[in-house]
Design a protein around this ligand. Structure first.
Ligand SMILES: [Fe+2]
Length: 171
């Protein structure tokens, strides 16, 4: 049985992951408004991945016989100065999510909740990948924004991204 505190914080993490999806859809909308359709696709795919992160928590809470609580999301609307600013804001958001995962891990460790620690390890590894991928895209974009044909090429590359969620039942 999950403690009340751990259950509450796991449920809050569902909201954080869904908010991340919400934020990335708003970033996709900005990219769309400046005709970077590939970047828009990248953020829409990223939003799908965040939804998967949320649903993985949903299933875990259910498997542990906890009550799932879905809350309202904040308004993600924000004006961005450039496509580079969007990717930088996305990296900052991922760092925030990493801290939330660490907070959860602290609670699980304190409670010696080994099943939850094992479950959360997946998110710890995932956050390393998310931050690394945004960092490398920011590096590429910093060069590409100075050269229109490079920006076009990078946009096309990002247009290829497709997120296929692993089957949760098979895990
Ligand atoms: Fe996530």
């Amino acid at each position: 049985m999950l403690s009340e505190k751990l259950l509450k914080t796991l449920n809050q993490q569902i909201t954080h992951e869904l908010y991340a999806a919400h934020l990335y859809i708003s970033m996709a909308a900005y990219c769309d408004s400046i005709d970077l359709d590939g970047c828009a696709n990248f953020f829409l795919q990223q939003a799908e991945e965040e939804k998967f992160h949320a649903m993985k928590l949903f299933h875990y809470i259910s498997d542990r016989d906890g009550k799932i609580v879905i809350k309202a999301l904040d308004n993600p609307h924000k004006e961005y100065e450039s496509v580079l600013a969007v990717f930088e804001a996305a990296l900052e958001h991922e760092k925030l999510v990493t801290n939330k995962i660490y907070d959860l891990m602290d609670i699980a460790n304190k409670e010696r909740e080994y099943a939850t620690i094992s479950f959360l390890n997946w998110y710890v590894d995932e956050q390393v990948e998310e931050e690394a991928s945004f960092k490398s895209l920011i590096q590429k974009l910093k060069i590409a924004v100075k050269n229109e044909s490079m920006l076009h090429m990078l946009d096309q590359e990002l247009g290829q991204r497709v997120f296929t969620p692993p089957n949760l039942d098979e895990e």
